[in-house]
Design a protein around this ligand. Structure first.
Ligand code: NAD
Length: 349
């Protein structure tokens, strides 16, 4: 049985990656290592937590000794590393926390893999999951490719850029078998409601303002989270050793247009007159260092690995809204903080 260690598996994207691997590969032992910060929610994995190939370990990747012990004990052949501090606004108020988890935590994992694999790299793989934000900002034209120069602007993207460099450095210096994926903005079920789409869904349901930075012209590429999980599966298994892959939806939206589409779908689904939700849109003071536009060229994923998004944005958004409407308890638990009791109730007896 192959053992795969997935870090950050209780988070938004990590929970979809864990579910994809646990269900698709019953012969793998999947270990979810997560510190359960405010962003970690084991309720995200309720449907698979009793399956025999799923295991959870509560641990902090900043603790080098603990990370090494986990590697020594479980001897994972593969690592898919998603654990991170991931919210740009939080990185502006507390950059050091981002350095600790995203940089030091990543180096701790690299060291543990290097130490436990001892140069026997056949069948081993370290997959680092990163963001398109490392490339900086684009003007009205052009796309990020795998060879675009790094130019991070926020403490979050600087910490992710640094972790990407360390992952490549361990490949170049010690021969560690690595792959990287740099993905655009994800959306979908289990998305923490501090991010734009779930925040707007939550606020529409509670008749609260929909805050939009600046003039709303910031442009992002959006990808349905399950398509990201499938891309990670492909790159983990078939990506070329040492390579990085850009993952994106070929799906650019200005924030204001995206929120208007969301408002339209919410009005339709809630049976309200069109335009009701849009009245909640409120423009707020811009975020410092805000990047104007990100856009991913995912041609390499498509040409080399045959990957492409399985849903259009309108379809993915509709699935997402339906999920949030059907799981309002999840949303209430997250916004009230109750979700943090899940671990205590399920695991600590
Ligand atoms: P998230 O914030 O929802 O989840 C992060 C998870 O990591 C949480 O479960 C948290 O408990 C865990 N974690 C945080 N610090 C930890 C630590 N010190 N030790 C162990 N676990 C810790 O993040 P996400 O949005 O799911 O993003 C996952 C990864 O994908 C991140 O590396 C992020 O940079 C990357 N990414 C995210 C997006 C996006 O749109 N959300 C896009 C591209 C790449």
């Amino acid at each position: 049985m192959k053992t795969i260690l997935i870090t950050g598996g209780a988070g938004f994207i990590g929970s979809h990656v864990v579910r994809e691997f646990v269900l698709k590969y019953p012969a793998y032992k999947i270990i979810n290592l997560d510190a359960l910060t405010y962003a970690g929610n084991l309720e995200n994995l309720k449907d698979i937590e009793d399956l025999p190939n799923y295991h959870f370990i509560k641990a902090d990747i900043v603790d080098a000794k603990q990370v090494l012990e986990i590697f020594e004990k479980h001897q994972p052949e593969g690592v898919i590393h998603l654990a991170a501090e991931s919210h740009v606004d939080r990185s502006i108020t507390n950059p050091l926390e981002f350095v600790m988890t995203n940089v030091i935590g990543t180096v701790n994992l690299l060291n543990a893999a290097k130490h436990s694999w001892k140069g026997k790299y056949e069948g081993k793989r370290f997959h680092h999951v990163s963001t398109d934000e490392v490339f900086g900002a684009l003007g009205d034209e052009g796309f990020f490719t795998e060879t675009t120069k790094y130019d991070p602007h926020s403490p979050y993207s600087a910490s992710k850029a640094s972790s990407d460099h360390f992952v490549r450095a361990y490949h170049d210096t010690y021969g560690l078998p690595i792959v990287l994926t740099n993905c655009s903005n994800n959306y979908g079920p289990n998305h923490f409601p501090e991010k734009l789409i779930p925040l707007c869904i939550h606020n529409i349901l509670n008749n609260k303002p929909l805050p939009i930075y600046g003039d709303g012209k910031y442009t992002r590429d959006w990808l349905f989270v399950i398509d990201h999980a499938k891309a990670i599966d492909l790159v983990f298994h078939e990506g070329k050793n040492g390579d990085s892959y850009n993952v994106g939806g070929f799906n650019e939206w200005k924030n204001i247009d995206l929120v208007k589409e969301l408002c339209k779908q919410m009005d339709e689904k809630l049976g309200r007159p069109l335009g009701t939700s849009e009245q909640l849109i409120t423009f707020v003071k811009d975020r410092p260092g805000h990047d104007l536009r990100y856009a991913i060229d995912a041609t390499k994923m498509n040409k080399e690995l045959g990957w492409k998004p399985s849903v259009t944005f309108e379809e993915g958004l509709s699935i997402t809204i339906d999920w949030f409407l059907a799981n309002q308890k999840w949303l209430d638990n997250v916004t009230s903080g109750d979700y943090q009791n899940y671990y205590n109730n399920q695991y600590s007896h």
